[in-house]
Design a protein around this ligand. Structure first.
Ligand SMILES: [Fe+2]
Ligand SMILES: [Fe+2]
Length: 166
């Protein structure tokens, strides 16, 4: 199933890269909009599990981690908005529909197979870090993009830890 995660991600990335070629900040904004959804989905499932009396030993740790990650992704999103990433209706339309689908996919995935759901997000975070690294290599130094790149790497490490804990 990890292979399935990678194949689905590679196809999605190839489509977005094609649609957004030459429009880096719009592409980053769409990616950041989508990147927030898994953390909301994980929190939703954890809240629901708590309500059903299914709180596991790592429950509070995971809730705090995913809340912090979702706030951090919103900060990234705000930065991309400050660079005009959401200026066009079509990009907002694409992102809002993708995020709705991706949120519910993650809710179901995390409920049924939490380790695999974490693995998918881990791969997404690695992809995000690679995307920002390529941007820096092409466009030169940008401290804020470097900071965001390091945040994505930190998220990938946190997801790796979460995978090992549950
Ligand atoms: Fe991000
Ligand atoms: Fe991230």
């Amino acid at each position: 199933m990890k292979k399935f995660n990678i194949v689905v991600l590679d196809i999605t990335v190839a489509i977005l890269d094609f649609l957004y070629r030459g429009r880096d900040y719009q592409r980053f904004w769409v990616l950041e909009e989508i990147a927030r959804a898994p953390y909301f989905a994980f929190l939703s499932v954890l809240h629901f599990r708590e309500s059903m009396g299914l709180r596991g030993p790592e429950h509070l740790y995971l809730m705090k981690e995913h809340f912090d990650q979702s706030v951090n992704e919103t900060e990234h999103l705000e930065y991309m908005e400050s660079r005009g990433g959401n200026a066009y209706w079509v990009d907002r339309f694409v992102a809002k529909h993708l995020v709705l689908i991706y949120y519910w996919v993650n809710v179901v995935y995390y409920w049924l197979a939490p380790r695999l759901a974490y693995h998918l997000s881990y791969e997404v975070e690695i992809h995000a870090a690679t995307t920002y690294a390529k941007h820096l290599a092409d466009k030169g130094q940008d401290d804020k993009i470097l900071e965001i790149l390091n945040d994505e790497l930190e998220h990938s490490r946190e997801l790796q830890n979460a995978m090992e804990k549950i």
